[in-house]
Design a protein around this ligand. Structure first.
Ligand SMILES: Nc1nc2c(ncn2[C@@H]2O[C@H](COP(=O)(O)OP(=O)(O)OP(=O)(O)O)[C@@H](O)[C@H]2O)c(=O)[nH]1
Length: 371
């Protein structure tokens, strides 16, 4: 069962955005005393933690198939396999969760796919969440210049805004507004000199280590996607204390300048619902058709589905065109039995996805309306 797999947190973020500084703070906290950290072999900063393993990441990957995201990270598979016995004492595993720090330049998708699909990895681990650091001082520049910085932000389950000490409110607001377009649902927290509570970055998935029932509402946050790509509800849901980065962008000003070269102007974030239970074959075909065409342009999909004959909702979760094995949840979170899906894509509008569904099923999915 998914809740029994070892949770893995992926810490990603652009070069120099503060990943190692955050990691050093995290590992000092009791929640992470039994977390094993996998860091890149080339990382220069030492980590003061008893459970550390190293992995290699090839910065340049040559792909004959042309699909970078489908590269299986053989080195990571080996590391994830080996740590289970390397960090065992008297047959007892010494860690309960894993944190992986990626290199700043790497597209994290191959790592995500390795975690989700490699049989030896997926049978033992589950992706708990993708945490992306974004430097408040230079984040806008990184988003302008580097498409991988936009992708890292778009696929995040949680955004850590670092170097808050270096910026004024105007700069902070400008970056937050851009993030409304790139990733409207991920909670945002500010981290000064790496200071962030571990609880903010752990248990971001449907399952928590304490065995609580899945919190679908918090996980899906479809209400944050209402409206089109650049008209999201500015829904804030961080409440407690100094690291809450949400309060800072409560205005509804969408008057940012649209530069045609901005990578994030290609990002679309939307959601929709489907009223009637759907046949599993329809859903599978729907996923295959659009994904066959636009594969790597779909950055993130999450959803709960009402599949005919299934006792509970089926949770799906994909990064690009690779899906975590669907999980049937024990119960619906409320009386609403519609299937609900959220998408973050690059250059693929809602219409493309809707029309493909209509072609298979005969009617259009409905734009989501929060009830
Ligand atoms: N002023 C300030 N500096 C910070 C903060 N967080 C990190 N830094 C500095 O920013 C630099 C880069 O931080 P790292 O933690 O090494 O960033 P990284 O993302 O791990 O870097 P790479 O591994 O090279 O991608 C270091 O000099 C840190 O001391 C912060 O909140 N405020």
């Amino acid at each position: 069962m998914s809740s029994e797999l070892i949770p893995v947190t992926l810490l990603t973020g652009f070069l120099g955005s503060g990943k190692t500084t955050v990691l050093n703070h995290l590992v000092r906290q009791p929640e992470l005393a039994d977390a094993l950290v996998i860091i890149n072999e080339f990382g220069q900063m030492p980590l003061d933690h008893r459970l550390v393993a190293h992995s290699t990441e090839n910065l340049v990957m040559e792909m004959s198939s042309g699909c970078l995201c489908c590269t299986v990270r053989g080195d990571l598979v080996k590391t994830l396999r080996d740590i289970v016995w390397r960090f065992s004492r008297n047959g007892q595993r010494q860690f309960r969760r894993v944190l992986i720090e990626t290199t700043g330049l790497a597209d994290p998708a191959p790592i995500v796919h390795t975690l989700m699909t490699h049989p030896q990895v997926a049978s033992r681990y589950r992706l708990d969440g993708i945490v992306t650091t974004l430097d408040l001082a230079t984040g806008e520049q990184a988003l302008n210049k580097h498409p991988e910085a936009v992708r890292q932000a778009a696929i995040a389950d949680c955004l850590l805004l670092t170097k808050a000490d270096l910026v004024d409110d105007d700069a902070r607001h400008a970056l937050l507004r851009r993030l409304d377009g790139i990733n409207p649902a991920a909670p945002r927290w500010e981290a000064r000199h790496g200071d962030i509570a571990a609880s903010k970055v752990l248990d971001l998935g449907l399952f928590s280590t304490d065995g609580k029932s899945p919190d679908v509402e918090r996980w899906l946050r479809e209400e944050a996607y209402t409206g089109n790509a650049h008209e999201h509800a500015h829904e804030h849901h961080g409440t407690d204390g100094q690291n809450d980065g949400h309060g800072a962008h409560g205005d509804h000003d969408h008057g940012h300048h649209h530069d045609v070269n901005r990578h994030d102007d290609h990002i679309r974030a939307f959601c929709f619902s489907i009223d009637l239970p759907m046949r599993e074959e329809i859903f599978s075909a729907w996923m295959e058709v659009p994904l066959g065409f636009v594969g790597s342009n779909i950055l993130r999909i999450k959803g709960i589905l009402n599949i005919e004959g299934s006792a509970g909702p089926v949770a799906i979760h994909g990064v690009q065109h690779i899906f975590h094995p669907p999980t049937t949840l024990p119960a619906w979170p409320d009386d609403d039995r519609r299937s609900r899906l959220v998408f973050i894509t690059q250059d693929v509008g809602r219409q493309v996805i809707e029309e493909t569904f209509k072609a298979l099923d005969g009617h259009l999915p409905q734009p989501w309306e929060a009830t």
